[in-house]
Write a protein that binds this ligand. Structure first.
Ligand SMILES: Nc1ncnc2c1ncn2[C@@H]1O[C@H](COP(=O)(O)OP(=O)(O)OP(=O)(O)O)[C@@H](O)[C@H]1O
Ligand SMILES: [Mg+2]
Length: 371
């Protein structure tokens, strides 16, 4: 089968909207801090869509430990949430100011980003920008399984859509196949009929369990093929025997786990443990990152985590193993933990609307296949 790839021209031309009028002058903050008794000089600021990080040098390095005391007055002065963020330099500190009027990052903006376009890998998705305004590029084969969690309205479905559509601009069904579970029945319905789909979208717990069972069987048969060819993963197969990567996307893991945890959990754990070599990846989203849903064994095998705003510190602990996600500001503001990086990154997920999702899926249904 021959396939074409869509062009970014099919997207509506959304542009980043900002709130530049609300960007404070770093020198002004330094002058106010100095007036309060914390003598410092403004160095630079990094403006991200959701937060601005201001860097300062202290005149007296001995004041490093007393920075905390000045957070409340600065916060009251700016009428914004302010937090001290890590800075590993001596005599230096950084304050993160949450923007009141958030910058909106449209999907088309990240899709056209030069740094992302320089990455040729068809299985790399671009999620948005980090706080240093660098594009956040995720190679799903290296991820190799992703947990997306956060409270309702935090932006899980938008995150799934951004990730998926980003891949749909690069990967033909020869490279990527999809399986979807959408027990809410509305979140992923736009993808129905996509040539990448290996099976119809599962819409209830029973269908979802069947999808997971079938995927497990497929994974075992792929292992037999790898053994027969004496290779250790699908990338090493000869070109005439090449296999596409497969992503199983579950929009609400809790619906499956609360219905048939005893059957579903061992299957998901086995895919998470063995899937990578067979080119099989899990992308699991949940509003309830509790131990009943994201069990210890499952979590241990999902090394890539995207934490959106959580309802509690406990939920943050379940996803990231530490607190912090409860202080995120919602609407795609997230912490990203990847297996290849020691440090987590604060990111803003790009927003894709229904119209653009329909444009991409409609394009694939009508123009994607040439033969
Ligand atoms: N990256 C983003 N940029 C801008 N706005 C966003 C972003 N993500 C989410 N939002 C806003 O938040 C709303 C809710 O997002 P979304 O539906 O993804 O939440 P959710 O976490 O999936 O919620 P639920 O658990 O109820 O399914 C969106 O309709 C949108 O208005
Ligand atoms: Mg959702």
């Amino acid at each position: 089968m021959f396939y074409n790839l869509p062009s970014s021209k099919i997207l509506s031309s959304g542009s980043a909207t900002g709130a530049s009028s609300r960007i404070f002058k770093g020198e002004g903050i330094a002058a106010a801090l100095s007036a309060y008794g914390l003598h410092c000089e403004f160095v630079c600021a990094d403006a991200a869509p959701q937060v601005i990080t201001y860097h300062f040098d202290l005149s007296d390095p001995m004041q490093r430990n007393s920075v905390k005391r000045y957070i409340k007055p600065v916060s009251a002065m700016l009428r914004c949430k302010v937090a001290e963020v890590d800075s590993n330099k001596n005599a230096h500190f950084a304050l993160e100011v949450t923007r009141q009027e958030r910058q909106f990052v449209p999907f088309s903006d990240v899709l056209r980003n030069k740094e992302y376009n320089d990455v040729q890998n068809p299985l790399s998705a671009c999620l948005g920008y980090d706080t240093a305004s660098k594009p956040v590029i995720l190679d799903i084969t290296k991820a190799p399984h992703i947990l997306i969690a956060g409270e309702t309205g935090g932006g899980k479905s938008v995150c799934l859509n951004t990730l998926l559509n980003s891949l749909l601009f690069r990967a033909t069904p020869n490279r990527l196949r999809l399986l979807m579970v959408d027990t809410k029945r509305v979140e992923l319905s736009a993808y129905e009929g996509l040539p990448h789909l290996l099976a119809p979208i599962a819409k209830d717990g029973q269908q979802a369990l069947q999808v997971v069972k079938n995927l497990n069987t497929l994974m075992r048969s792929r292992y037999e093929k790898l053994n027969a060819e004496a290779v250790s993963n699908i990338e090493q197969l000869p070109p005439d025997k090449a296999l596409p990567h497969i992503c199983l996307i579950i929009d609400e893991l809790a619906d499956l786990m609360l219905m048939c945890k005893d059957e579903a959990e061992p299957l998901l754990v086995s895919i998470a443990q063995l899937g990578r070599a067979a080119g099989i990846h899990l992308i699991l989203a949940t509003q309830r990152p509790t131990v009943n849903v994201v069990t210890g064994l499952l979590k241990a095998n999902l090394p890539c985590r995207i934490a959106l705003q959580t309802a509690s510190i406990r939920d943050s602990m379940t996803i990231l193993d530490h607190k912090g996600a409860e202080r995120l500001t919602g609407r795609g503001d997230a912490w990203l933990k990847t297996p290849d990086k020691v440090e987590e990154r604060r990111i803003q997920i790009a927003f894709i609307d229904r119209e653009d999702i329909n444009a991409v899926c409609g394009w694939w249904r009508n123009n994607g296949i040439t033969e």
